[in-house]
Structure formats: C-alpha cells, structure tokens
Write a new protein. Structure first.
Length: 643
C-alpha cells in the first residue's frame, strides 16, 4: 500500500516561512540611525517644539518600550503625543512615523503602513536610512506573500557597508525567489549571505531545498547533513533548525530510495523534539516501503502513543490495519480498521459541530475576539494553516481595538459626570466668592501701607530717638523720665530739710547718698535704652522700607488675583461650554472610529467564515477518504475470510 503523493515535498511543506524562515518577521525593528528629510508639511517659520528635548526622548523611549512588549495601544498613544508636540524636529517626526508604520504592520493594517513607508522612502537620500525603510517595506511585502514586490524592493537597496541588515534583506529576497519557483535565483541570493550572519543557517536550508527542486540531490544532501550536524548551545531556534534539517534529510533519502541512510536520520531526532512525531511517521513509511511490516507497525503504534492528536496519527490508523493485514493477522487488521472508522466518525461529528458553530455568525464573532479561546475551541485544529491563522488573528485584533474604543467611550461618560459635578459644586460657592470680592480684600493691605508710610514720615521728620522707638520702647522711656522727675523732686525736698541735731543730720546725709545713687541708676537705664534705640535706628529704617516694598508687591499680586478670580467666575459658562464641546467632539470621533471597526469586522466575517467552512470541508473530506479506505479494507478482509 504505497502512500500517495510525494512524501519529501509533503514534509518540506511543513516548514513554515513565517515560523522558521525569519525569527524576527513578526517584530519590526526600529531604525538604527535617525532618518532625515521632511515627509509632511513643515510648520510655519519660527514655530517652536512644545516639549523639551528630554521630554521628547522620554516619550520616544517609552513608545519603543511598549512596542517591544507588544503593548501596541500604549505605544501608539505615546507616538500620537510625540507627533502633536514636535513640529520642527524632522528627524524625530520621521522616526515616529517609521515606528507608526511598524505598528500598522503589527496590527495587519498593511495599506496605511505602505502609504507611510512610501512617503518616507521618497524623503530619504540613498544610504543607510533609506535602506532601513526599504527593509521594512520588504518585510511587509514578504509577510503578505507579495513575493515579486519583495524582490523588486530588495533590488532598490543601495550597497552600504554601514547597513548591518543587508543579510536580512537578502534572506527575504531569497525566500521570495524560492516561493516564486525561481530556485536558481534563490541560490544566487542565499549564497551571497556571509557565513558570519545569523541568517546563514536559514539561508542554507533554503539553498538545500532549492537544490532538491533542481534535482541536485547530492548537493542538497551535503548541505542538510552540514546543518543537521549543528549543536548550538542555549539556542532553541538553531536547535530546531538542525532537527528539521535531519528530518528533511531523512525524507530526501526516503524519496530517493536510500532507505538505510534515511533511518539513522530519523532516529537522530529525540522524543523531546517537536519533530519527533514526523520522524516516527517517516521511519514507519521507510519500513513499509521495505516491507518490514512488524517494524512499520511498531513505529506507527509508537506515534499513536506519543502524539495521539497529531494529524499523522489519524492517517496512521489505516496504515496500522494495512501492516496487520500484510503480516497475515487479518483479525487484528479488521479490528484496527474498525477502530479507525470509529475515530473518523468522531472526527466527522466534531467537524459537524464545528461547522454549526462557524455558520452561527454571532457566536463565531464572539469567539474570534479572543485568540486564546479560539485555539482552545473546536476551531483550533483548523488553524494549522498559517494563512487562516493570520486572518483569524487580525479579526481578533480588530475586536480588541473595538473593545478599547468602547472603554474610552465609557470614560468620556465619566468625564461628563465629573464636569457636571464640578460645575454644581462651583456654582454653590460662587455667591460666597462674590461676597468676599465685594468686601474688597485689598483695603486692609492699603491701610497697612498707609500706617507704615506714616511711621516712616514721622521718624524722618522728627529725627529723634523717641520717634524711632518701636514696641515697648516709648512706654519705658516715658516711665524712666517720670521716675527721674520724681527723683529730682524728692532730692530737692531732702535738700530743704533742716536737721535738729547730729543724729538727724547723719540720717539726712545718708538719705541724700541713697537718693543720688538711685538717681544715677535711673539716668544710666535711660541712657542705655536711648543708646540701644539710636544704634538700631538704621536697621529699623531699612525694615520699614522693606516692609513698605513688600506691602506694595502684595497689593499688586492681590489686585492681579482679584481680577483673575473675577474673570474666572465671569468666564465660567464659556469655559464649561468649551470643555463640553471637546468631550462631545472626542465622543463623536470615538463613535466614528468604533463604527468603522464594527463595519470592517462585519465585512471581514463572511469571507473569514467561508475560509473556515472550506477548511472544515477539506478536513471532513480527508476523514471521509481515510474512512473509505478503512471500509474497503474491511470488505476485502471479509472477502478473503469467507473464501
């Protein structure tokens, strides 16, 4: 029972260009140098950027940070801020637009991305910056399977030793030639990639495939053996490449009838490899071609145990029955075919359920919004096809953006409520504020200014120590003057006393001495206080001058604040109206964008539904074909047993 089709090219078809051809195809890289040139209308002469250089740099770095975290919405927000605030810095503008184009690529918005890249290319002179933009265009075209366009873009690149990504561009061009069937051109481009490039191993695999297509089996085998011998450390991608090369080599040997060389290639792939089921399946077919049915049976049974849900496992069910039949165990063969029929029946029932889900557009639309839910749903097995997976993912991304816009609409409702609340609170306080303003709060400050100015004028006019006295000084000086006056009066009274005897005379003399001491003490206190006042006069004059100046500043600020407060109250209605208009304009834009997204999703759903139904029909046809083989084989066994 020879398996239909070419097993080698069937296996080569497993190699996904998007998964293995380019490790970074889904992650657009930023330019390594600031582009130059003007791509849009420049602002009027003399316009200045509204952000500082540090702010611009911070926004740019944050945009890249979120971009490489796949947080595209936040990155787009930062880019929008940059575009709104930077007008004269053309390097930054082009840098921002380049990253925005990459965001469009990540979102699958190829048309606006192409428009941006075309504008940038026309603005750049030949050189590294222009090459960087052309590389982004080439990657975009390659990801959309526009292979001839990708080749044409590659040919527009300018040779530049400083352009470090030339090998990347050459690899994409070589892959495009291979996809177009230009195998000799693919070899020319791939072999030009230097051996030191990270893309060299991937280019070598494509070169081996090209040699296979050109029937250069020996050269293809040599290159595949070289790749299969790679033993990269801590590099899962290169490890997978080496394993894939050994698998492809085994399939090439199988196709050319070199079975003894094919088996070691398959056996070199370990159970931990993602290609282990493919290798076991290939080994099973090698044994089958050599009519070693026991070994073939063991291989297919191993495949069922190791990967029961693998696509090859379903195909292996009928092959197991064939092996039993060839070995003469017709009862086991009949049972194996029956088990295969039961499995195919369950698969067709699951496909019918899947078909019903796909035909219900409302359920399908809700399911496709979440890619994780899609992969876990009955539709998940259909997404082995890269093209179908791509469109399902794009549809889901549109749903994510639509949900984001819906949240922003809800936020605008909250803003409206906040404005209404703030307006109510402010209007409640307006009477109090107006009452405060009618009291003229500037009046006390002006009175204080007049008082200080009067004090200064009086001090300058009198030029006396008492005039400069502040605080308690005037009271103390007055008390000292009164005490001295009383002291002199008492002294004069004592001087008029007439002693009647020696004893009185002594007492009067003693009283005079004590009173003189007290009078000197009062004079000293008065002198110290006057000296203190006189030494502080210049400082106190300066203090008064500074106080008057500060009061004048306070008066000017108070006048300004009062006018601003009056203006703000009088313009309250206008400002609130303008703010509400802005909220309403934003809401209208959000509603329009969301409506466009909803319409776009509605337009995409029918063709996507048709693609999914086509995939279901194809899978159902495969199940029916294998079930037919199993039924015919059972009939054949029954005929043999009844003869």
């Amino acid at each position: 029972m020879k398996r239909g089709g070419n097993i080698l090219f069937f296996a080569l078809g497993l190699w996904s260009a998007h998964a293995w051809a380019d490790p970074s195809i889904n992650l657009p890289q930023p330019p390594k140098a600031q582009p130059t040139g003007v791509t849009e209308a420049a602002p009027a002469s003399g316009a200045e950027p509204r952000t500082s250089g540090s702010t611009t740099d911070a926004l740019k770095r944050e945009a890249y940070y979120h971009f490489f975290l796949d947080d595209y919405l936040t990155s787009a927000t930062r880019l929008k801020l940059l575009e709104e605030t930077v007008h004269t810095d053309t390097d930054t503008l082009n840098h921002v637009r380049l990253l925005r184009g990459s965001l469009y690529v990540a979102w699958g918005m190829h048309r606006p991305a192409t428009v941006i890249f075309d504008q940038l290319v026309s603005a750049f002179p030949s050189g590294q910056d222009r090459n960087q933009v052309l590389l982004l265009i080439e990657r975009l075209q390659y990801s959309r399977a526009l292979y001839q366009a990708a080749v044409s873009t590659f040919e527009r690149l300018t040779p530049d030793p400083a352009f470090a990504s030339m090998d990347h561009a050459a690899y994409l061009a070589g892959m495009s030639h291979y996809a177009l069937g230009n195998f000799e051109r693919a070899l020319d481009v791939m072999t030009a990639i230097p051996g030191s490039s990270d893309y060299r191993p991937f280019a070598q695999l494509t070169s081996a495939k090209s040699h296979t297509q050109l029937a250069n089996v020996d050269e293809a085998s040599r290159m595949l053996e070289e790749l299969g011998g790679l033993q990269p450390e801590d590099d899962a991608l290169l490890q997978a490449l080496a394993e894939k090369s050994r698998l492809t080599l085994g399939l090439l040997f199988t196709e050319t009838g070199r079975y003894d060389e094919a088996l070691p290639a398959f056996a070199s792939i370990t159970q931990t490899s993602p290609f282990y089921p493919d290798a076991v399946f290939g080994a099973g077919w090698v044994h089958l071609y050599q009519q070693r049915y026991a070994e073939s049976l063991a291989a297919f049974l191993t495949l069922l145990r190791a990967a029961p849900n693998h696509p090859y496992a379903l195909e292996a069910l009928t092959t197991i029955g064939h092996c039993y039949d060839r070995m003469g165990a017709r009862g086991e063969a009949f049972h194996a075919y029956g088990k295969a029929l039961d499995t195919y029946r369950r698969e067709r029932q699951a496909l019918d359920t899947m078909r019903g889900l796909i035909k219900d557009r409302d359920r399908l639309s809700g399911l496709l919004t979440d890619m994780t839910a899609v992969l876990d749903s009955p539709i998940g097995p259909l997404l082995d096809d890269d093209g179908l997976r791509f469109w399902v993912r794009q549809y889901g991304e549109l749903g994510t953006i639509e949900q984001y816009l819906a949240r922003k609409l809800a936020d605008s409702d909250v803003f409206q409520v906040m404005v209404d609340h703030r307006e109510a609170v402010f209007r409640d306080r307006v009477p109090t504020v107006r009452g405060f303003l009618t009291q003229n709060p500037v009046t006390p400050l002006r009175q204080r200014e007049h008082q200080l100015q009067a004090a200064l004028d009086q001090a300058v006019q009198h030029e006396t120590a008492e005039a400069w006295a502040l605080g308690s000084d005037p009271s103390v000086l007055s008390q000292l003057a009164l005490a001295r006056g009383q002291s002199r009066a008492v002294g004069e009274t004592i001087a008029r006393l007439r002693p009647s005897g020696q004893s009185d005379r002594l007492q009067i003399e003693d009283l005079k001495a004590q009173w003189n001491n007290a009078d000197r003490w009062l004079s000293m206190l008065q002198g110290e206080r006057l000296w203190t006042i006189l030494t502080e006069v210049p400082g106190r004059r300066d203090d008064l001058q500074r106080a008057i100046i500060q009061v004048q500043i306070d008066l000017e600020q108070a006048d300004h604040d009062q006018r601003a407060l009056v203006d703000s109250i009088n313009g309250l209605d206008t400002k609130l109206s303008q703010f509400r208009q802005r909220i309403q304009a934003i809401r209208q834009d959000l509603v329009a964008y969301r409506g466009e997204l909803i319409d776009l999703r509605a337009e995409l759903l029918p063709p996507l539904q048709a693609l999914l139904l086509k995939a279901v029909d194809q899978r159902s046809g495969q199940m029916e074909a294998m079930a037919a083989v199993a039924r015919l084989s059972q009939v054949h066994i029954m005929d043999v047993l009844t003869q």
